[in-house]
Design a protein around this ligand. Structure first.
Ligand code: C5P
Length: 437
């Protein structure tokens, strides 16, 4: 397959050399298109030697071959790694001031971008808006990993490891018919529906130990509405669930992510957006049958308001006919939500599939340690694995790292993971699921 590897001017350009190696060793025909900034980090000779092809940056070289149009049109995949804040801005606004941005405008194949930059730049509203624009257009954005950056600072902004990027590329290439140089020009532009390119045929495929498996991951805290403005919620960010979906997809699984989080969906994952526990239960009823594993990372509210007020509940309301205002606080009655995981366990009965994984946020107390509470919960819930987070105000929720214990039903086995990034925790969870599949 024909791959264009775009490289923008960031320190992580050196990691693109390994990605190039993986792509060429995977049998692909790779043309490297660095920006002028990228060549300050890794020189033209390195790219040419590793790809076995000449390397151009501007639109004025080899003009008779019209490379600024041809490269994008003929590509089966364009991957930009690293993508700097500047490159994302130029791509989002459709600029065409160098060869790489011309390629991005002419490509009709899947496009993967892997942003890498300092945390402040990544989190800036301008960068996030550009990423949202690109995602909306069907570009697969691989979110940056968290960890050590160029200097002594750490945080989200690192380019994911070349193997992870290669897995994303391999998966997209596995389900892309080779582009024909002429027909690709006539294809309509792609548009993402909740992060899934309409060209993705949900067949899965690609390398990895979860290839051929279909898995479901739930993520985020449910929101139980009180009125059109207010809801009962919790502090779950959805980061761990999204990392689980991302890692499963990178390892070859076909993934459905049921999420109440506003995080960007990982590339190549089918996303179902939900808000309440009942939405989540309904979404699972659609997709869980036939799945190989269901990982319940969502923080499902145990209770919801018994009544939904169609109009905003006012601070004060008129009482009686004398026009006086009643400023007493309203009483909210709650009703129990179904325990969705317990329902899945019940529906599975004696069957071995799907493998069911629960999450639990625990604190130790006078009645027992975190692990003792967790064991009791695992027995009560009847799922196969329980991933236990130790929680506190400075732990687990919203953070990029996590410390967990993975317990397996019917054994005394405990796998301790972390402190580690949520992606690493996700890897450990799938490692624990694999032998049960
Ligand atoms: O009992 P607890 O809420 O701690 O259990 C947490 C696990 O159960 C999580 O995997 C969560 O997704 C799931 N859960 C559920 N339905 C609920 C509450 C929690 O499926 N109503």
């Amino acid at each position: 397959m024909r791959v264009v590897l775009g490289v923008a001017g960031g320190i992580a350009a050196y990691k693109a050399c390994s990605l190039l190696r993986l792509l060429t060793e995977g049998g692909h025909d790779v043309t490297v298109v660095p920006t002028a900034g990228a060549l300050r980090f890794v020189g033209e000779a390195t790219w040419a030697a590793l790809s076995g092809k000449p390397v151009h940056t501007d639109v004025w070289s080899d003009i008779t071959e019209v490379p600024h149009v041809r490269l994008g049109q003929q590509a089966d995949l364009v991957v930009v790694a690293p993508a700097t804040a500047d490159l994302l801005a130029r791509a989002a606004t459709g600029q065409a001031d160098d060869l790489l941005t011309n390629v991005l405008l002419t490509a009709r194949c899947p496009v993967v971008v892997a942003p890498a930059m300092h945390t402040e730049m990544w989190e800036h509203a301008a960068t996030q808006a550009n990423v949202a624009t690109l995602t909306e257009r069907g570009v697969h954005v691989v979110p940056p990993a968290s960890g050590r950056l160029t200097g002594r600072d750490t945080g989200p902004g690192r380019l994911p490891e070349p193997e992870e990027l290669y897995a994303v590329c391999a998966r997209l290439l596995a389900r892309t018919p080779p582009a024909s140089p002429t027909s690709s020009v006539e294809m309509p532009p792609t548009r993402a529906v909740d992060g899934v390119s309409p060209r993705s045929d949900r067949r899965g495929g690609g390398a990895g130990d979860l290839t051929g498996r279909r898995v479901v991951v739930t993520a985020g805290g449910t929101r139980e509405p009180l009125d059109p403005v207010r809801y009962l919620g919790n502090r779950s960010s959805g980061k761990q669930g999204h990392a689980l979906a991302e890692v499963a997809a990178a390892r070859g699984a076909r993934v459905t992510l049921i999420s109440s989080s506003s995080l960007l969906p990982p590339p190549g994952v089918e996303v179902v957006r939900v808000e309440t526990a009942l939405d989540l239960e309904a979404a699972l009823a659609e997709v869980a049958p036939g799945a190989d594993a269901v990982v319940m990372a969502a923080a499902v509210a145990d209770f919801r308001p018994a009544e939904y007020a169609a109009h905003k509940i006012k601070k004060t309301h008129a009482s009686g006919g004398d026009g006086s205002l009643d400023a007493s606080a309203p009483v909210v009655t709650l009703v129990r939500n179904p325990d969705i995981l317990a329902g899945l366990v019940q529906a599975r009965g004696d069957a071995a599939s799907p493998v069911l994984v629960g999450f639990a946020a625990e604190t130790g107390d006078g009645n027992g340690s975190v692990l003792e509470h967790a064991r009791a919960k695992l027995a009560r819930k009847g799922c196969d694995l329980l991933v236990v987070n130790e929680v506190g105000l400075d732990k687990a929720f919203g953070r990029d790292d996590n410390t967990v214990h993975i317990l397996r039903r019917g054994t005394d086995e405990v796998t301790d993971v972390g402190p580690a990034s949520k992606v690493e925790v996700a890897r450990a969870v799938w490692d624990a699921v694999l032998p049960l599949l």
